[in-house]
Design a binder for this molecule. Structure first.
Ligand code: RB5
Length: 153
């Protein structure tokens, strides 16, 4: 498995620890940065990870900023991306099972490293369940593709 990881200046330490955690599990990690604690605009790393995921160059992405919000919003602007902010492992697991998320995000100012590891582990272990959830995910992607939703007309 190959994942991409990205962060801003607030989340450098957490990113390094999560990267090491993933590599210990035998996962190849493409780290788009930043490794510097100088102010860094989170949309850059959100965009870079999202492009790798959308292009199929990696199997998923992990994004970390102060809250996880800005960096996931940036990633979600790339077509094909379903990124969500998780502050607990249950949401991370369900986000894959029901929403087929392809990027998980969290906030270095919000959660601790052990919770972050649990979030990543649950998200990686979960599988999309399809079925009724596929229809709803398809509706989300219809909005993205057409800026319309036939079911809502
Ligand atoms: C940086 O101060 C902060 O705004 C950023 O890390 C993130 O929380 C944005 O959503």
């Amino acid at each position: 498995m190959k994942l991409a990881i990205g962060n801003d200046h607030v989340a450098v330490e957490m990113k390094k620890e999560i990267r090491a955690h993933l590599e210990q599990k035998g996962i190849e990690v493409i780290d788009v940065g930043t490794d510097k604690t100088d102010r860094f605009d989170y949309p850059i790393s959100g965009y870079k990870v999202a492009k790798l995921v959308a292009a199929g160059e990696v199997d998923g992405g992990v994004l970390i900023c102060g809250t996880g919000v800005g960096i996931s919003l940036a990633a979600n602007k790339v077509h094909g991306i379903r990124a969500c902010v998780c502050s607990d492992p249950y949401t991370a697991k369900l986000s894959k099972q029901h929403n087929n998320t392809n990027i998980v995000a969290f906030g270095a100012r919000v959660i601790g490293i052990e919770t972050a590891k649990m979030i990543v582990d649950e998200w990686l272990a979960a599988e999309f369940e399809g079925g009724r959830h596929q229809r709803r995910v398809d509706m989300i992607m219809e909005i993205e593709q057409t800026q319309n939703l036939k079911a809502a007309e």
